[in-house]
Structures are given as structure tokens and as C-alpha cells.
Design a binder for this molecule. Sequence first.
Ligand code: ATP
Ligand code: MG
Length: 193
Amino acid sequence: MKNIIIFGAPGSGKGTYSEAIVNRYGMGHISTGDVLRAEIKNGTELGKIAQGYIDNGQLIPDELMIDILASTYDRQPQGKGVIFDGFPRTIAQAEALKKMLLERGHGLGMMIELIVGEDVLMERLLRRAQIEGRADDNEETIRKRFAVYHSQTAPLSEWFAAEGIRHTFDWSICKTKEGMIEAIFQEIDKENQ
Ligand code: ATP
Ligand code: MG
């Protein structure tokens, strides 16, 4: 299996579709948000640093994220491909990921971009706040995360297009979670045949 990078704004469903992909294809899964939240929960040094950024809706500094990513990648089962969920979020992270994979003889694989309007995103994140109680899922922090997404992360979409590996999926066309999953699976099958 090729590696998969799942890309989109906060609340676009990266975690949800990653889970569906993992269940179907048995790949490894790295969610940098989950990794950071586990560090915070365990009270580690890294967790303490990360908390300040996350609560503010800011990105963790690139050097730190890149180290975490490489060590997490090397702990994944080999040969099945990995889904990167929430990474890369900056051009520097994307360049570092490409280099890290190349050094191991692996490729970036395919990038899946989830396109969802901001009103839908806000609605979803506020609903999730009531269910999961994530500290950064409040309206003020969500607005900051959207701003960070637009300024630092969204430009990466063109970086992936230039690599020739961007595949976009639009919520307003698929309309349901099942429709999105079906379209994504079809594209993954096509890439891996
Ligand atoms: P969702 O998971 O619903 O799509 P999200 O993308 O905002 O929403 P996470 O990916 O869980 O949520 O990230 C939560 C926070 O963790 C980010 O706002 C940021 O502070 C930090 N974080 C996660 N991944 C990275 C990264 N690659 N670089 C820098 N910071 C990160
Ligand atoms: Mg997530």
C-alpha cells in the first residue's frame, strides 16, 4: 500500500476517514493531534510544551513536530503503508516528511484533501465539543485554528498538487459520510492497482 496523507481544515473529518481507511486496508495510522493529546494526558515534558500551543489554537513548532513524526513513523508496522493524519501542516513539515521517507526508501504516496465549507466545520466542531470535551473545541479557539489553517496549512495544497499526488473530495458533492468514504476507497484502489 502507498502511504496516504489526509489533509483538510479542523473538523473536516481527517480522523473519521482515517479510521475507515485503516479498517479496510489495515494500514498504520499516525494522528499528530492524538499523539500530542496523549503526551499531555501523561504529563510528559513534550506534553507541557504542546499544551500551551494547542490551547491557543497555534501550531507546535516544526522542529519538534518533525522529531516526533520520525520516531512515531519508525514504530509503525512495516510494509503496510501509513496514514498521516494532521501532518504535515506547514511547507517545512512537508519537505521534512518527503526527506524522511526518501531516506527510508519510501514515497509520499497519495494526498487526500477534504473540502468542507467553514459553516459546516464550525457546526461539527461545536457539536464535537459537547461530546468529547476537547479544550480547543470552543468557538474562540476554533476561529484561531481556522486562521492558522488558512495562513500556514492551506497553501500546502498546491505543494501536493505540484508533487502530482493531490486527490480532492468535496463534501458538497458527496453529501454524506458514506458517499465520501466510497469515493475515497475507489480512488485508493485505483492508486494501488
Ligand atoms: P480535526 O482532527 O477535527 O481535523 P484539528 O486538525 O484541528 O481537527 P488535530 O489534528 O487533532 O485537530 O490537532 C489539534 C492541535 O494539535 C492543533 O491545533 C495544533 O496545535 C496541534 N498539532 C497537531 N498536529 C500538528 C502539526 N503537524 N504541527 C503543528 N501542530 C500540530
Ligand atoms: Mg483529528
